[in-house]
Design a protein around this ligand. Structure first.
Ligand SMILES: Nc1ncnc2c1ncn2[C@@H]1O[C@H](COP(=O)(O)OP(=O)(O)OP(=O)(O)O)[C@@H](O)[C@H]1O
Ligand SMILES: [Mg+2]
Length: 403
């Protein structure tokens, strides 16, 4: 990687980003709904959500390519809501890297600097290429590079402008899985080295968790939960987060008693305990959640233990060996199908399809939610075609009126 000097030069540019009550309405569709968030300078922030939830729209608003219907956009403490895109200290790396095919790699990186008549454009472009470890291919044409290398050129081209804020919109989408993983770590390294503020958009939960300091889970134009990856995984606050970020077993019930430490939720004749500080709601209907790798399998009913939640008996519907673990699907009457991930270590109990088993987990791993995922259609369909159709129709109507 490049020397200290250039890394520090880049670092000076990082700035924090704040979206304040931002709403974006397209004709017939609200893409962003009263969104507020602050991204501290120098952090790596991931916006994670399913297709159509409003990720690209958020980036376009920050970049100034789209105007918010309501709300303000602040970068480095300055209100830039009414500032033109090219005057914002922001660069974007899109999924399609769009390098100039007839120019050398170095000229591609230098292009923006030259246009702005920046001194030492050549030197700065070389430094940026060194940073992404491509100094040795500076004279090649983009077509002579691999996909991952082209992606890194696109990154160098954005970094060389020293934007206070770098926006990455699914920049790794075109790469194969292995290259993708490698680039994730490389981009993360580059970010820690240059210290700029990165806002990365993805629908890949593993990518968000690997790369970001902070992940915001977005659903239908709203942020459901935001925090360090571990916190989101271990303590999801909504059914959407619990099921979009990894898998969860969710059991709907009613709180029947509580102490200052735990609530007890009645589900299908059993009482499941949840630590008070891991439950979003403490009264009425509560959904008890537990991650599959936290659940243990037993061939016989385990002895009563107040520190463990126990359900069963149930029947093993499926046992799939996946290498590092075995994934079980167990049908437990009243609880539905429960997923269990069991590490493939020699100790620990195993089961085969058709076995009758009990399931248990440590109460401290349970979490309590105030909602349940909708029965069907857990991830609402991308309504883009509907919204586009409305727009198209309005355009035609306007044309007809004008004619
Ligand atoms: N110009 C537009 N006119 C109408 N609706 C739009 C427009 N641009 C985006 N939308 C709508 O806003 C919603 C959010 O779109 P956006 O591109 O932000 O999604 P995304 O989260 O980036 O999805 P993906 O993961 O598929 O890229 C979509 O459902 C789409 O219908
Ligand atoms: Mg998008």
């Amino acid at each position: 990687m490049a020397g200290e000097g250039s890394a520090r030069q880049f670092a000076e540019a990082g700035a924090d980003l704040a979206l304040v009550n931002v709403t974006k309405r397209f004709p017939g569709f609200t893409a962003i709904d009263d969104l507020s968030l602050t991204i501290p300078a120098g952090s790596f922030f991931a916006l994670l959500g399913p297709s159509g939830c409003g990720k690209t729209t958020t980036l376009r608003l920050v970049a100034g390519l789209e105007e918010p219907t309501e709300g303000r956009i602040m970068i480095g403490g300055k209100d830039l809501t009414d500032t033109k895109a090219y005057q914002r200290p922001v660069n974007t790396v899109f999924q399609s890297y769009a390098l100039f095919p007839h120019m050398s790699v170095l000229d591609n990186v230098m292009f923006g600097l030259r246009r702005r008549k920046i001194a030492d454009a050549g030197q700065k472009a070389k430094e940026a290429l060194d940073l992404v470890e491509l100094g040795h291919v500076a004279n090649r044409k983009p077509a002579q590079l691999s996909g991952g290398q082209q992606q890194r050129v696109a990154l160098a081209r954005a970094l060389v402008n020293r934007p206070a804020l770098l926006l990455l919109d699914e920049p790794l989408g075109a790469l194969d899985l292995k290259l993708r993983r490698q680039m994730q770590l490389e981009i993360k390294d580059i970010q820690s080295e240059v210290g700029l503020t990165f806002l990365h958009v993805t629908h890949d939960q593993e990518e968000a968790m690997t790369m970001a300091d902070t992940v915001a889970v977005m659903n239908q134009g709203k942020i459901e939960q935001m925090g360090p990856p571990e916190e989101l995984y271990e303590s999801p606050k909504t059914a959407f987060v619990a099921t979009f970020l990894g898998q969860s077993n969710l059991f709907g019930g009613e709180v029947v008693s509580s102490t200052k430490d735990v609530i007890s939720v009645a589900v299908a004749g059993k009482e499941l305990r949840v630590p008070v500080d891991r439950a979003v709601a403490h009264r009425g209907k509560v959904t008890v959640g537990v991650r599959p790798e936290k659940v243990s399998l037993h061939q016989a009913e385990p002895a009563t233990d107040s520190s463990r939640g126990v359900i069963g008996p149930g029947r093993v519907l499926d046992a799939s060996f996946t290498g590092v673990s075995t994934q079980y699907l167990v049908d437990v009457p009243g609880f539905g199908e429960v997923t269990v991930f069991a590490q493939n270590t020699s100790h620990g109990e195993h089961a085969v399809e058709g076995d009758e088993v009990f399931l248990s987990w440590s109460v401290e791993h349970a979490f309590g939610l105030a909602d349940m995922p909708p029965a069907e259609d857990r991830f609402l369909n991308d309504t883009s075609t509907g919204a586009m159709a409305v727009q198209e129709r309005e355009k035609i109507e306007q044309e007809l009126e004008g004619a």
